[in-house]
Design a protein around this ligand. Structure first.
Ligand SMILES: [Ca+2]
Ligand SMILES: [Ca+2]
Length: 381
């Protein structure tokens, strides 16, 4: 072969190689294995027929969020059977479950860790699918009193959230209407016709006023809201101010409250004696509340075993979409571990699930163990 022909062939060969390489560099995208996330929506079978239109709309809204869904008409009252159903469904795409209507919950007894507190509903039982939950003292009475790593870990694999007005008896209208109203505001929020400014209220009553700056800094560091109003003045934080000036204020999307409580009322003032007034469940029921979300650092406020508990009362008051709070004494510490993922666009449920993995106040801290979500855990802010 002549040298010139060889040269020409070399040029063609090099050109071909460069061309193929360029194609790969410009057009080739490595295949990514994206698993579509999967959500189970459990609806109590006795109400399903009456709210099927609302459930269909809700399921479509969740699909529009990008999830695969199943709606399950549920009638079993045994929480262990319910957990078995969650475990059966569990795989790496199953992220959480929404419970609509009366769906069973576990009761937990802290006696084994020398805490004399009464039994409390423990939704961590339904979120931790691979830890070991023990029913001893006495064995088999259906009340759990031990929680260890087992063959997995004590942390939650999935999130859950409850939408159930049936622990209220003071609404003044039917439960079916309460469900319909809830799903209407939920759809309105998802479609942009129910909105609030990107602002939060941090409202701290007397006994935590001395740590207000660290609470504010932890909240603010999460970059979740464009502004946070921090109210902690000892004499300003009262039932009158909270009811008349704060939860009636439509400039707040989210309220983070630190106030002493029982399941049926907040008790304002030092020591939680009520010396600065009470905000009761019936007041929350009658006030036209304006914020859309609440995180209640308020003992027992979300005790779903209590008729007319504060958390459920907030949830079915006017525009409220979700409430985070505790079924027992305690509440959420390390709040940036919750608000940071929320600020990154994650759902309330996933932000809550991730919060449990924080370094100080996880599943083994009795202060944390009553935490739960009332409302739709699939909402984002
Ligand atoms: Ca686990
Ligand atoms: Ca006060």
């Amino acid at each position: 072969m002549k040298k010139s022909a060889l040269f020409l062939l070399s040029i063609i060969a090099i050109g071909t190689i460069v061309g193929v390489l360029s194609y790969f560099i410009i057009f080739y995208k490595p295949s990514t294995q994206t698993t579509t996330k999967y959500v189970r929506i459990y609806v109590n079978s006795t109400i399903y027929g009456s709210i099927s239109t609302e459930i269909s709309q809700y399921e479509q809204d969740v699909k529009n969020q990008g999830y695969l869904t199943d709606v399950i008409s549920w009638s079993n009252t045994d929480v262990v059977q319910l957990k078995g159903d969650l475990i059966n469904a569990y795989n790496n795409s199953f992220v959480g479950a929404v419970f609509i209507g009366k769906i069973p919950y576990a009761l937990y007894d802290n006696l084994s860790i020398s805490d004399t507190e009464a039994l409390y509903p423990c939704d961590l039982f339904l979120m931790d699918l691979d830890g070991l939950w023990l029913d001893l003292n006495p064995t088999g009475d259906g009340i759990f009193d031990g929680h260890t790593t087992g063959t997995g870990d004590v942390y939650p694999e999935i999130w859950i959230g409850r939408i159930n007005p049936e622990c209220l008896n003071n609404l003044g209208f039917s439960y079916i209407q309460a469900y319909k109203d809830y799903f209407k505001k939920n759809h309105d929020y998802r479609t942009g016709s129910l909105t609030r400014p990107d602002q939060a209220l941090l409202y701290i009553d007397d006994d935590w006023a001395n740590i207000q700056s660290s609470m504010y800094n932890d909240f603010n560091s999460a970059n979740c809201f464009s502004s946070i109003t921090n109210i902690y003045n000892l004499l300003m934080t009262t039932d009158i101010d909270y009811e008349n000036n704060q939860i009636t204020n439509a400039s707040y999307k989210w309220v983070h409250l630190m106030a002493h409580s029982w399941a049926y009322r907040h008790q304002w003032g030092p020591g939680g004696t009520g010396s600065e007034g009470y905000t009761t469940n019936t007041e929350i029921n009658s006030i036209v509340t304006q914020p859309l979300f609440y995180n209640l650092f308020s003992c027992y406020a979300c005790d779903i075993s209590y008729t007319n508990n504060m958390g459920t009362q907030y949830l079915f008051s006017n525009n409220t979409l979700a409430v985070v709070g505790s079924t027992k004494s305690g509440g959420m510490w390390m709040i940036s571990s919750f608000y940071s993922p929320l600020g990154q666009g994650k759902t309330i449920g996933e932000s809550f699930r991730l919060w449990w993995w924080n370094s100080l106040h996880g599943p083994l801290d009795k202060v944390s163990r009553g935490l739960t979500i009332l409302g739709d855990p699939l909402l984002t802010i």
